[in-house]
Design a protein around this ligand. Structure first.
Ligand SMILES: [Zn+2]
Length: 481
């Protein structure tokens, strides 16, 4: 007995040594660069963002914006406000989406595509009176600029325009060609905007060094164990698919219900899907995320991430590393004493890289396992994106820019559960990154698509300074193409 105890104790000792060793040798992957002084940004930039917010570029239905004059007004405003961009860059309109081409001096170098979108989501009517400033007022206070689109995504678009205008004003000419691509229907899938721009660029034979888009943010106060800020550079986005479950029966009178009622059959199907979630997957980009984020956490977090093999599921769970299942619409029944002949439910899935839309379909059929339930896919669906590299020149340039301007911030690759216009650009570059340094904190997290959306003035400056420095750094890396 004593011997068994001693062997056990020795094993625990060995395990403790391994765990400690892994933790202490878990090295930071952050690059060290000299900080640079950010450029001066004039106060007038705030007014221009405010003006842009006041164009109600609302997009609700795919293929049909509610007010095209708002978009055309915004275009005219951009023309007038950024005269150098207007006169020196080539501009094309695709639908209501804008594509600017800033010709580089060296056509041998791969171009870079900077993206964002002009459209915004509507204000949810029941919450309209909770806005402290009118959502389309563009009100400027001592510290903030208010309105729908300040965070998602007009703020980013205007920051790009500000930075490029400053560079043009300085007489700067990039070596690499820079494209500015501003979709007009991102919020409904980008099918009539970003997709057309991507098609145009493909026709021109463009192969970009990288693309950069919304979808990654400067996160603080939201990651357990991380003290400072994290620049979350999303290197992939999940796929998207919705399926309609339909149950048809002969219905009947509620006083003598049949053995299986329509709603009962449908309910069991929904519960079965909820009870049988898709598995957690340690697929790219998750290993990279663990490798970048782990070493920056406090001791306990670092220990956990350094030994992720021990508690893999908990870590994958915390990183949302699975295809998610969400029932979103349910319909059935017309009267309290009638068993309906039809009931339907919609289930939305965000698909983890490593799985496909077909995998999800098969999963539904197998899990529901009931021929009384028909499963049909919605038309709009996207496979998960490709996973962009963290070893690429593009990722390096991004990391360098972030660390130069925000030396306290930790760079970490991530997986975006939502979708962006980037999905249409997959063939234009091996590397799609999603990041602008918009602050994402417990306070601002609910503002995107929510109530009281606004951006801090300093944070808006950060975005302008980031784009400026990024364009400069992209050229600095030119020699290594
Ligand atoms: Zn957006």
């Amino acid at each position: 007995m004593k011997r068994v105890f001693l062997v056990l104790l020795a094993l625990i000792g060995v395990l403790a040594v391994i765990i400690l060793f892994n933790t202490l040798t878990f090295e930071s992957k952050q690059i060290n660069v000299e900080p640079v002084a950010p450029i001066e940004v004039s106060e007038e930039a705030y007014q221009r963002l405010s003006d842009a917010i006041q164009f109600k570029t609302i997009n609700v239905f795919s293929g049909r914006v509610s007010d095209s004059t708002a978009f055309l007004g915004l275009h005219e405003y951009i023309e007038q406000s950024y005269p150098l961009i207007d006169s020196l860059l080539d501009k094309q309109l695709h639908g209501l989406s804008l594509l600017y081409t800033w010709e580089g001096s060296n056509p041998d170098l791969k171009p870079v595509i900077l993206m964002s979108h002009q459209d915004v989501v509507p204000v949810d009517e029941p919450t309209a009176d909770q806005w402290e400033h009118d959502p389309f007022s563009g009100d400027i206070t001592d510290i903030e600029i208010w309105g729908r689109g300040t965070m998602d995504d007009k703020g980013t678009m205007m920051a790009i325009l500000e930075a490029v205008e400053v560079l043009l004003n300085e007489g700067y000419r990039p070596e690499r060609t820079i494209y500015l691509a501003f979709g007009h229907d991102e919020e409904t899938g980008g099918v009539f905007g970003a997709r057309l721009i991507a098609h145009e660029l493909k026709t021109r034979g463009v192969q970009a060094l990288f693309t950069i888009d919304e979808g990654g943010l400067m996160v603080s106060g939201l990651i357990p164990g991380l003290e400072g800020r994290m620049a979350m550079v999303n290197v992939a986005e999940k796929g998207y698919a919705s399926f309609k479950l339909t149950v048809n029966t002969s219905g009947g009178h509620s006083s003598s219900p049949p053995e299986r009622t329509t709603i009962e059959i449908l309910s069991r199907a929904i519960i079965a899907l909820d009870d049988n979630q898709r598995p957690l997957l340690n697929q790219p980009p998750i290993p990279d995320q663990i490798a970048y984020l782990g070493p920056e956490l406090g001791f306990i977090g670092k220990l956990a991430f350094a030994n992720s093999w021990l508690i893999e599921n908990q870590i994958l769970e915390s990183l949302n590393a699975r295809t998610s299942t969400a029932p979103t619409i349910i319909n059935g029944g017309i009267k309290d004493n009638v068993i309906p002949t039809q009931a339907t439910a919609t289930i939305n899935f965000r698909i983890m890289p490593g799985e496909t839309v077909e995998d999800v379909y098969n999963h539904i059929v197998e899990t529901v396992n009931d021929t009384a339930v028909q499963v049909s896919p919605f038309k709009q669906q996207n496979e998960p994106s490709t996973v962009s590299s963290t070893e690429s020149e593009g990722f390096y340039v991004l990391s360098k820019t972030i660390r130069q301007l925000f030396p306290d911030a930790v760079v970490a690759p991530g997986l975006l559960p939502g979708g962006t216009d980037s999905k249409h650009y997959v063939e234009l570059s091996d590397d799609q990154y999603r990041f602008y340094p918009v602050d994402y904190t417990p306070e601002t997290a609910g503002m995107v698509h929510g109530i009281n959306e606004r951006i801090n003035k300093q944070n808006y400056k950060d975005c302008i300074q980031f784009v400026y420095q990024l364009i400069k750094n992209v050229d600095d890396s030119s020699s290594s193409d």
